[in-house]
Design a protein around this ligand. Structure first.
Ligand code: 13P
Length: 256
């Protein structure tokens, strides 16, 4: 009962004109392939400066492609130079927003507490957070990937009701597999995605755990996506580099 979900995180790539051509090309590619958006949901996460252009295109062409931000402020408005709020993203028609991506945690020192505040801010504004979690290489080498990642999940969901968590998407992205070409094995992905789902059952109940989508992210490409999607607890992928090429991302979306 979990609809597979493929999301492209463009990171700091593609200006608003490139965004229009990329989304157009993705829509054409998927139309040619007679893609059923109800069978596999598709979203892109462009830079903030692209979102208005993407909204205009999606509305004009009535596309079934969803979109969202890569981050949001924990605040609603005010003196926070450079930040973008949940209400602003909601007004642009965003369905999703990435929260706690490892690049935000690393380069912007985002703590678990801040990530939790951002998850709450997203939900408050009707946005589904794509909560990113995952361990770095030293933690993987120490064999502590499950406990580390579950601690991030616990912290980010702290205080949320089951109804709220039902709207969250969790993306397991081992930091050592991001942008490195070093893809986690399907078994690695399943181990942690399965542990995340088991934790949701502990924190809430089996129904909720069975409903929340858990994605894998880290060097996903058309050539490795099928094996990853074959894992029982992997419901989709959060794709970085390979999502910048509409044809390649289209192939990832049609992984079957
Ligand atoms: P890559 O697919 O480029 O490894 O990036 C993964 C990622 O960080 C998606 O959020």
């Amino acid at each position: 009962n979990r609809t597979p979900f493929m999301a492209g995180n463009w990171k700091m790539n593609l200006d608003h004109q490139q965004a229009i051509s990329t989304v157009q090309k993705l829509a054409w590619t998927l139309k040619d392939a007679k893609h059923d958006y109800n069978a596999v949901e598709v979203a892109v996460l462009p830079p903030f400066t692209d979102l208005r252009s993407v909204q205009t295109l999606v509305d004009a062409d009535k596309l079934d492609i969803r979109y969202g931000g890569q981050d949001l402020s924990q605040h609603e408005s005010g003196a926070f130079t450079g930040d973008v709020s949940g209400p602003m993203l909601a007004k642009l028609g965003c369905a999703y927003v990435a929260v706690g991506h490892s690049e935000r945690r690393e380069h912007h020192a985002e703590s678990d507490e801040l990530v939790a505040a951002k998850v709450a801010a997203a939900l408050k504004n009707g946005l589904s957070p794509i909560l990113c979690v995952g361990e770095g290489l030293h933690i993987r080498k120490a064999g502590e990937q499950v406990s580390f990642t579950l601690a991030q999940v616990d912290a980010a969901l702290n205080g949320l009701s089951a109804d709220e968590v039902a709207k969250v998407v969790i993306a397991y992205e081992p930091v050592w597999a991001i942008g490195t070409g070093e893809v986690a094995t399907p078994q690695d992905a399943q181990e942690v995605c399965g542990a995340i789902r088991a934790r949701l059952a502990e924190l809430y109940d089996a129904d909720l755990a069975g409903a929340v989508r858990v994605l894998y992210g880290g060097s996903v490409k058309s050539g490795n996506v099928a094996q990853i999607m074959a894992q029982p607890d992997v419901d989709g992928a959060l794709v970085g580099g390979a999502s910048l090429d509409a044809e390649e991302f289209g192939k990832i979306v049609r992984y079957q």
